[in-house]
Design a protein around this ligand. Structure first.
Ligand SMILES: Cc1cc2nc3c(=O)[nH]c(=O)nc-3n(C[C@H](O)[C@H](O)[C@H](O)COP(=O)(O)OP(=O)(O)OC[C@H]3O[C@@H](n4cnc5c(N)ncnc54)[C@H](O)[C@@H]3O)c2cc1C
Ligand code: FES
Length: 262
């Protein structure tokens, strides 16, 4: 179990849309904010429907110990996240955390590239914040289906990313194509020690393949359906390349891409 894991009360500070189908919620939860490391996640209880007993696993983009707040950007995809989007400032609930393993830091004076697809941007912004705080230079690729669903490129620029390559599937912003198209160019031109990626599994499989071909280390943040969120129920298995399984919630969500059976 993750050190310091516990149930934390929170109050909603703000909760507003930031793009089509995406919203940003800021929670006040001082102990949780101080305990979270980039790449970990929280398991949020959304009140109001007694039939929904499962919490919602969510990564965070910023855990700020100074203000005692946790910022989460989330996609509204089903009933739980729809009800989350309806929580107003001042409403209270609980979150379990810190859950899972953080992004590993780059050793020495390396250079990194972060790659976000869709709402995978959330833990990638936290990763960029970690890199900026430790003085590691980094570039970024941010992709979405269409311009209206893009969020986070400005945040990554503000954190000091060198190049921020934007891609959209339909070409309505940045380069038309996938994040892997832009990453392939950056890998050819850059000199990276590590790539950090979060997005749809098919994207992460592509990122993992490009990194393997380029001889660059790759860390991915995986998603699975989760019940407990702390290693007790066995619902969140990730198949490993060696034929074993690891739990996404406790052993992950961050994995070495080479370990994963894509
Ligand atoms: C470690 C982790 C971190 C995550 N971080 C974020 C985040 O920062 N922002 C964000 O928007 N989402 C994140 N997710 C996904 C988020 O948990 C799901 O979108 C959410 O649980 C859906 O709940 P719902 O009740 O709204 O939808 P449901 O009605 O339960 O499902 C709607 C759709 O989403 C799919 N779905 C549900 N749960 C998951 C899941 N855990 N993984 C993949 N697909 C799922 C369902 O199969 C269905 O297609 C994360 C998931 C994990 C495991
Ligand atoms: S969600 Fe229960 S073991 Fe991972």
């Amino acid at each position: 179990m993750t050190a310091g894991l516990g149930v934390h009360d929170f109050t909603v500070v703000s909760n507003e849309p930031v793009a089509d189908g995406l919203a940003r919620i800021v929670l006040r939860a001082p102990e949780l904010a101080a305990a979270l490391a980039p790449g970990q996640f929280v398991n949020v209880h959304v009140p109001g429907d007694a039939s929904q007993i499962l919490r919602i696993p969510l990564s965070f983009s910023h855990a700020d110990a100074a203000s005692g707040t946790v910022e989460i950007v989330y996609a509204v995809v089903g009933d739980g996240t729809r009800r989350l989007s309806e929580m107003a400032a001042g409403e209270a609930s609980t979150a379990v955390g810190p859950c899972g393993s953080p992004w590993p830091a780059v050793g020495g004076a390396g250079r990194a590239c972060v790659v976000a697809g869709g709402v995978g941007i959330t833990p990638i912004v936290a990763c960029a914040r970690m890199l900026a705080a430790s003085g590691v230079a980094f570039d970024a690729v941010v992709g979405a289906q269409t311009s209206g669903r893009l969020w986070g490129a400005d945040a990554l620029e503000g954190l000091g990313a060198g190049t921020v390559a934007v891609t959209t599937d339909d070409g309505t912003a940045g380069r038309r194509g996938f994040t892997t198209d832009a990453l392939a160019d950056l890998l050819a031109a850059g000199d990276y020690d590590v790539v950090y990626a979060c997005g749809p599994e098919v994207m992460m499989a592509g990122v993992a393949r490009l990194c393997r071909e380029a001889g660059v280390a790759c860390r991915v943040s995986m998603e699975r359906m989760m019940c407990c969120g702390f290693g007790a129920c066995g619902t969140c298995n990730v198949a490993m390349a060696d034929g074993t399984y690891k739990s996404c919630c406790k052993d992950g969500p961050v994995f070495d891409a080479e370990e994963v059976a894509w």
